[in-house]
Design a protein around this ligand. Structure first.
Ligand code: ATP
Ligand code: MG
Length: 393
């Protein structure tokens, strides 16, 4: 006994000569994700689709749920496989399929056909007509509705024939491993986990960096970020989380610089540190959860001044999103509940009552000169004490 699944992909299909690379990456991801599940799995490419066979003890729902969370998958369909694709056995199998999966055979239906075997006895439209006639004959309570059928019966004629009627949508995107790696600035908030998800969805592996400020930020806040990284890694694959102790740098800025500039200067140091970690870890860019106008440090002026210290690309996938849209996405991917736990963030601790909203780069650069004496040493200390946590779902 085995169960088979057709895995459909969308965007990879339009890749030209490189298509096989994307298909292979997707097969690799599917194998990796299925590996911890119960059952034995064979994953194969099969003319524009990926074909998966499960054997042994397995849980169909667990398999489909897992595959739907893999970037690059547009849909997954549990299928019945007909080894002998003579028309007689295909029709028989389609009828048996309906009997097996539906209690009452009294719905409206439509047959959808696809054939990659161009030698086959019937063309796709002919398959629809002939199969429809067969099913109506065998189950007199069925009715055809080509516009809004309750059930679509798919018949695909390939090496073998496949029959299915359930198409479960996947999350789309591109397979991981097809687009390098980036460093996500992951705070405990709502935005940054969503930002990481969105970039990973384009096939990018993630590393992450979290700045904490003990004892001002607690162990619970740190654990929250580790939990969020775990939730993102359900989609993005393993994440190396770099935890940077930011306390001394933050205190030093607080002592030396005007308080209304604290946030912006702090953000510049975060970016500098993240960039160095990115370069050391083969990351081709930074990712943040920033969105224009969301807070004082995310006005166009502030973003420009923050961005000034970066030489590698900074990806801000949420830049044009409203908070509500970001929250909806966070709910959808499952990070929202953790994100709203009310633990302190290092950015909010020393925050000024009236932070600058239109910082001037020259002024900020000048303020930073007041850090010259000790900042080099503090940065070095921060790098030397980075803690790395390997995260996997
Ligand atoms: P989030 O909800 O992601 O925390 P936010 O609305 O609180 O975002 P800010 O605090 O201004 O916004 O941070 C903007 C971005 O800077 C965050 O989305 C994140 O990418 C990064 N960031 C902020 N604080 C930290 C931190 N402590 N560690 C790592 N990255 C951070
Ligand atoms: Mg935050």
């Amino acid at each position: 006994m085995y169960q088979a699944f057709l895995v459909k992909y969308a965007e990879i299909g339009i890749k030209g000569k490189n298509r096989y690379k994307f298909e292979n990456a997707l097969c690799d991801q599917i194998r990796r994700r299925l590996d911890p599940l119960e059952g034995d799995f064979v994953v194969d490419k099969e003319q524009g689709r990926i074909f998966l066979e499960a054997r042994g003890d397995f849980d169909t729902d667990e398999i489909t749920e897992t595959i739907c969370r893999i970037f690059g998958v547009s849909a997954v369909c549990p299928v019945d496989v007909v080894e002998d694709k003579s028309w007689e056995s295909v029709t028989q199998a389609a009828g048996d399929f309906l009997e097996k999966h539906y209690d009452a055979l009294d719905f409206t239906f439509k047959v959808e056909a696809k054939r990659s075997d161009k030698q086959y006895l019937y063309t796709s439209p002919e398959i629809c007509v002939e199969m429809g006639a067969y099913l109506l004959d065998r189950f007199p309570q069925l009715r055809v509705d080509v516009h809004k059928p309750q059930v679509r019966v798919w018949v695909e004629i390939r090496e073998k024939a496949f029959i299915y009627s359930v198409v479960i949508p996947g999350i789309g995107g591109m397979p991981l491993g097809t687009n390098g790696k980036a460093m996500l600035l992951l705070s405990g908030g709502i935005d940054s986990p969503v930002a990481g998800y969105m970039i990973a969805k384009r096939g990018v592996y993630l590393d992450a960096v979290y700045f904490h400020a003990p004892p001002y930020t607690s162990e619970r806040a740190r654990q929250k970020v580790i939990d969020l990284a775990g939730q993102v890694s359900r989609y993005s694959g393993p994440i190396r989380l770099h935890i940077v102790n930011f306390t001394d740098i933050q205190m030093y800025i607080y002592e030396q610089c005007p308080h209304e500039e604290l946030t912006i200067i702090m953000r510049r140091y975060m970016m500098r540190i993240a960039q160095k970690l990115a370069e050391e870890n083969d990351c081709l860019g930074l990712i943040t959860g920033e969105s224009i106008g969301q807070v004082a440090s995310q006005t166009m002026h502030s973003l420009a001044v923050t961005n000034e210290v970066c030489t590698i690309p900074v990806y801000r996938p949420l830049i044009g999103f409203d908070k509500q849209d970001i929250m909806n996405l966070a709910e959808k991917i499952g990070t929202y509940e953790t994100s709203i736990l009310p633990y302190e963030d290092c950015c909010t601790i020393f925050v000024a009552k009236h932070p600058v909203t239109k910082p001037n780069a020259k002024v900020i650069r000048h303020s930073e000169t007041k850090l010259e004496e000790k900042i080099g040493q503090l940065l070095q200390q921060a790098f030397e004490t980075v803690e790395v946590v390997e995260i996997d779902e």
